[in-house]
Design a protein around this ligand. Structure first.
Ligand SMILES: [Zn+2]
Length: 338
C-alpha cells in the first residue's frame, strides 16, 4: 500500500494527536481494506454519471470536482487496474495491494465528456457497461421522470388520473422528493407500464427532453481510447421481471450490437439494477455465461476474492462526501468478501 498503516496498538498516540491522527488512520485503513489484510481482494467501484456541475435533482451523482477528488484518492492511495487485468490477477494470486477497478453503468455521455479526461489525467482506467437501446438520442425511463419533474410548470403537479396523487412543487427540494418517490414506486412495475407512465409524464411536462446518453460514435471513441466496453442488456429491463426468452435476447443482442460497433468481443457484463436474487438469478448468470461473457458484475456491496463467483462480482458505490467517510465505508465493505 502507498500509505503507512498504523495499527490498533498506537491508539494512545491517536488520543494525543486528536482527530487528525484518527482521520489519517481511518483513511489509511480504508486504503488497506482493498488488500483484505493479506488476502487478495478486489474492490470494484460503481458510478453512473459524472455531472459537469452539481444538480439537486441528481444529488447521488458526483459532479466533476467531487469525482476528481475521488479519483485523486484512488490514484494516490490505491492501485487502479483495468478490469480484465484485475480479474486475471485475482485468479493467479498476483493482485497488487489496494487493487481497485472503476466502472460506469448505462452509457451516459458524461462518461466520455466529463469523467474520461479526469481519469486519463490521473491514469485511472475504467469500464463502461452500456444499455444499447438508448445510444444515439434515447433516454431511460428514470431520466425521463427526472427531466419531466424538473421542467413541470407551476407549483403543483396533478398525477391523480395516473394513480399517483397531487403534489405541491414549491421548491427544488419538493421536486427532488417527488422524483425519488416516483422512481421508487415505478421501478419494479412491468417494463411496458413503467415506460408508459414515464412517457405520459413527459408528454405533460417536458415533451422535448435532451438525451443524456452516448452516441454510437462516442462509444467508438471510448473504445479506441482504451476504455473497456461491457454489456448491460438492450433496454435495461429487470431480468427477473422479464420472460426467459426475452431476457436471453436482451443479453445476446446487446452484446452483438456493441461488438458490431466497436469491432471486438465484449468480455464483461453488468446486470441491470444488479441485486442478486432480486434483479437477476442463477438462470440469468447462465445466460450471460452462454452468451460468451467471461465475468459479470452485480450491485451487491463487498469485495471479490479468488473464491468469488465470477458471474456475481460485487461492487462498491463511492458516494461519500469526504475521504474519511469513503475510507471507513470501504473498510467496512472489505469485511464482506463474496
Ligand atoms: Zn444500469
Amino acid at each position: 500500500m502507498h500509505v503507512g498503516t498504523p495499527t490498533g496498538t498506537n491508539a494512545p498516540s491517536l488520543v494525543r494527536h486528536g482527530p487528525l491522527a484518527l482521520r489519517r488512520l481511518l483513511i489509511a485503513a480504508g486504503a488497506r481494506c482493498a488488500v483484505g489484510f493479506g488476502a487478495p481482494r478486489l474492490s470494484v467501484l460503481i458510478f453512473h454519471r459524472v455531472l459537469a456541475k452539481p444538480d439537486s435533482l441528481l444529488a447521488s451523482e458526483p459532479d466533476a470536482k467531487r469525482f476528481a477528488q475521488i479519483i485523486d484518492w484512488i490514484a494516490t492511495r490505491f492501485t487502479p487496474l483495468p478490469l480484465a487485468e484485475a480479474l486475471e490477477r485475482l485468479q493467479t494470486g498476483t493482485l497488487p495491494d489496494g487493487a481497485v477497478c472503476l466502472t460506469f453503468d448505462d452509457g451516459y455521455e458524461d462518461n466520455l465528456t466529463v469523467a474520461a479526461p479526469i481519469c486519463r489525467h490521473r491514469n485511472v482506467p475504467f469500464t463502461v457497461f452500456i444499455a444499447s437501446a438508448y445510444l444515439d438520442g434515447g433516454i431511460m425511463w428514470n431520466d425521463l421522470v427526472i427531466e419531466s419533474i424538473r421542467r413541470a410548470q407551476g407549483d403543483v403537479i396533478d398525477l391523480t388520473d395516473l394513480g399517483y396523487g397531487r403534489h405541491p412543487l414549491p421548491d427544488t427540494q419538493a421536486r427532488a422528493s417527488l422524483v425519488d418517490s416516483l422512481l421508487r414506486s415505478w421501478k419494479y412495475l412491468p417494463f411496458d407500464r413503467r415506460e408508459q407512465l414515464a412517457h405520459e409524464l413527459a408528454a405533460r411536462c417536458a415533451p422535448k427532453v435532451p438525451s443524456p446518453m452516448l452516441s454510437r460514435n462516442q462509444v467508438r471513441k471510448l473504445a479506441s481510447a482504451g476504455v473497456e466496453i461491457g454489456g448491460h442488456t438492450v433496454t435495461h429491463p429487470i431480468l427477473t421481471l422479464t420472460e426467459k426468452s426475452a431476457a436471453m435476447r436482451e443479453i445476446a443482442q446487446n452484446k452483438a450490437d456493441l461488438e458490431g460497433l466497436i469491432g471486438h468481443s465484449l468480455r464483461f457484463f453488468a446486470y441491470p439494477n444488479g441485486s442478486p436474487d432480486k434483479d437477476f438469478t442463477e438462470s440469468h448468470a447462465g445466460m450471460v455465461r452462454s452468451a460468451g461473457y467471461a465475468a459479470a458484475l452485480t450491485t451487491e456491496s463487498g469485495v471479490s476474492s479468488p473464491d468469488t463467483d465470477t458471474y456475481r462480482l460485487p461492487r462498491f458505490t463511492p458516494w461519500d462526501r469526504s475521504a474519511l467517510r469513503f475510507s471507513v465505508r470501504l473498510l467496512l465493505n472489505a469485511r464482506h468478501p463474496r
